[in-house]
Write a protein of this length. Sequence first.
Length: 93
Amino acid sequence: MPDPLEHATGLERQELLAKAAGNEDPFDMKVYKRTSGELSNPTVIPSFYQSRIVGCICQEDSTTINWMWLTKGEPKRCECGYFFKLEDAKPMA
Ligand SMILES: [Zn+2]
């Protein structure tokens, strides 16, 4: 069996490395409550990665989560009209 870490690339490799370091949830797949969500005041998501998936609960009582990819430097508007923005997270201690 080849070591999967040897052959993994990109996000997959980062995830495997994070898991190897004891972080079971490297992508921090939690759902964020929106702030006011305007472009001038987006919901800021800290991330160690250049891009990541975030989930938006578009309606307070919604049972579905709207997942979308966020990339640093590109604030994204969800279908519900709220903005999310990816920013550098502090390095892991
Ligand atoms: Zn939304």
